[in-house]
Design a binder for this molecule. Structure first.
Ligand SMILES: [Zn+2]
Ligand SMILES: [Zn+2]
Length: 400
């Protein structure tokens, strides 16, 4: 099956998030063999398998993917494996910039034409509607991304660094791309000019509109900025440090104001909005409020005599065991272990409880010997009905 935005790379390879490098390789090899298009496999599915392997077999890429759900090389893709709606905001150090960077592919026409585009009613005379193709008003859109975390990250806290290419307006030319300009010769610096068009034999139409030479700016570049080479934006490596603090919750957002790339369209760059997402729900530890919920299965005899069980996967990373020695316990009983739950919001040194539901496996049906019956009767204080004859007695039989 081709990968969908909600299918993780681990799902694609049919492995767990804890899979070893070896397991990844083996899963990939067998799947690639099975799903190869030469053997009638679906080409898209095969590609997804290859991509999953490429990311997960590289330690660096895998770590990045685990943290953010993003994969390197997904540039321009609108939402990749494990990503929330809204596309992939992080293009980690590769190709086109992240966070709405304007891109580096400036064409010459744009460079020398609409270079000063944007200031509505600014210099260069009356622009009028449509005079400027770009408006630079307000703030650009925010970029949203999920940060994928394990329960242990929320429990212990964690620091995550993400790096990406961020564009900022060139300081040398203030984002104009020009070191020096001159008044546009075509419009005399007014930004508008009268254009004459033939509309038929002997018929001429005149219209006044934005100057097509300077795109209504009234200025032309005579020397391109040496710092940004006319690109107007400079790209730099930006690192954001995300502090996952104990007490933060699944679904909580962390905002980095103005950390999107600056673009031509907007005066101010948008915010980077990161949503913390827990991704290991399947691990058997449910999280509600500051409490954790899990289960333990014990035998019938243990339910009567007591038990001790280690439960794997407590987010502290330390061994977590429950013990019961208080006599018979019935199926569905919940044991509470105080102080081992999740950190309390705002009071990270306090923790909620772990609630352990005890599931009791019933004993195999069996027939008791007379001696056993006698012992059990005396233990549980059960009357011996065997000798009693009740009127209208219906005998209960075990249905096979
Ligand atoms: Zn002009
Ligand atoms: Zn510049």
């Amino acid at each position: 099956m081709p990968s969908t935005p909600n299918t993780s790379l681990y799902d694609v390879l049919g492995i767990s998030r804890d899979a070893s490098t070896d397991e990844i390789r083996r899963a990939y090899k067998s799947l690639a063999r099975e799903k190869h298009p030469d053997r009638g496999g679906d080409a898209e599915a095969f590609k997804a398998i290859q991509q999953a392997h490429e990311t997960l077999s590289d330690d660096g890429k895998r770590r990045l993917y685990d943290m953010t759900g993003s994969t390197d090389g997904d540039v321009g893709n609108d939402g990749g494996p494990g990503m929330a709606a809204g596309g992939i905001p992080f293009h980690f150090m590769g190709g086109m910039g992240p966070f709405g960077m304007p891109g580096v592919a400036f064409d010459i026409g744009e460079m020398f034409g609409g270079l000063f585009g944007g200031h509505a009613g600014g210099h260069g005379g009356p622009g009028g509607p449509g005079a400027n193709r770009r408006t630079r008003a307000g703030k650009g859109p925010n970029k949203h991304s999920d940060i994928n975390l394990r329960l242990s990250d929320f429990y212990n806290g964690r620091e995550i660094k993400i790096r990406f290419n961020q564009s900022r307006r060139c300081g040398t030319c203030a984002g104009s791309g020009a070191e020096s300009t001159e008044s546009c010769g075509a419009c005399g610096g007014r930004g508008v000019r009268v254009q004459t068009r033939m509309i038929g034999p002997g018929m001429v139409a005149q219209s006044t509109g934005p100057c097509d030479v300077c795109s209504g700016e009234g200025k032309r570049i005579i020397r391109v900025c040496g710092t940004c080479h006319g690109k107007r934006f400079l790209e730099r490596e930006k690192e954001l440090v995300i502090h996952i603090e104990a007490g933060m919750t699944d679904g909580q957002t962390i905002v980095f104001p103005g950390e999107c790339s600056e673009t031509m369209e907007f005066e101010q760059p948008g915010d980077v909005v990161l949503t913390l997402r827990r991704v290991d729900e399947e691990a058997g530890w449910e999280w509600r409020g500051d409490n954790l919920y899990t289960r333990v299965t014990v035998g019938f005899g243990e339910a009567i005599l007591g038990f001790r069980r280690e439960i794997a996967g407590h987010p502290s990373g330390a061994p977590f065991a429950v013990e019961w020695s208080g006599g018979p316990i019935i199926h569905g009983t919940t044991l509470h272990v105080k102080g081992h739950g999740m950190p309390r919001k705002g009071r990270p040194n306090e923790r909620g409880a772990v609630h352990v539901e005890v599931q009791v496996t019933p004993p195999e049906p069996r027939t008791w010997t007379e001696a056993e019956k006698e012992q059990l009767r005396s233990l549980f204080g059960v009357e011996d009905y065997g000798a009693t004859v009740l009127e209208g007695l219906v005998r209960l039989e075990h249905m096979p």
